[in-house]
Design a protein around this ligand. Structure first.
Ligand SMILES: [Fe+2]
Length: 200
């Protein structure tokens, strides 16, 4: 967890603790083969190895054809949507499908756990940020940007994990996310939301 994430949310410019987004719980709907593959990816792996190993596994699952339920793609809403399809408490993993309509975006945020994301439909744009702290406010600096097409992998490990993701296309985008925590218990992977006015 970053130093900023532990700062008081009442300090201007430090952003706020994340309110859990609505997550549609469909635990149990991930294919058994995919559950088993993810379990194998973490077995025998140290904590530091898990994000990369799970990322490669998720990428392979998408390459082999794992896709969100069509009902996820037809659902509509004012923001991006999250579908929790699997929790493995023993392995400390959760799996979600995230679906974005054209132009939809996450806030700038960081995470309470490691996470990996593989684009399965459309494309996703990501900007990563670093943060510097001043006495009364923080300052965000863009440190990288990428557009990922289907099969593209992102790995995020706190504390270097501040980013914003959006759908830059005119169609739907969907990605497979695996988190190193029990999302059904903690409610959200987001630790802190940052104010875009703090972008330097
Ligand atoms: Fe994120």
């Amino acid at each position: 967890m970053s130093g900023v994430a532990s700062a008081s949310p009442s300090v201007p410019g430090f952003g706020g603790l994340a309110a859990p987004r609505p997550v549609c719980p469909l635990v149990g709907s991930l294919a058994p083969e995919a559950r088993a593959a993810l379990r194998r990816a973490v077995e025998g792996a140290g904590r530091a190895e898990r994000p990369r190993r799970v990322g490669r596994c998720a990428q392979e699952l998408v390459r082999q054809g794992l896709r969100p339920d069509p009902a996820f793609l037809s659902a509509s809403g004012p923001g991006y949507r999250q579908f929790l399809v699997h929790v493995d408490r023993e392995a400390d993993l959760s799996v979600e499908w995230l679906v974005w309509g054209p132009g939809q975006s996450t806030p700038i945020h960081d995470h309470r756990c490691w996470c990996v994301a593989v684009v399965a439909e459309g494309a996703e744009a990501e900007t990563r940020y670093s943060v510097t702290r001043a006495v009364r406010r923080s300052e965000l600096h863009a440190v990288g940007a990428a557009v990922r097409e289907a099969g593209g992998l992102a790995v995020l490990v706190p504390p270097s994990d501040i980013h914003q993701v959006s759908n830059p296309t005119d169609g739907l985008a969907a990605s497979l996310h695996v988190y190193g925590t029990d999302i059904s218990r903690v409610g959200t992977s987001i630790e802190r939301v940052y104010d875009p006015l703090d972008i330097a």
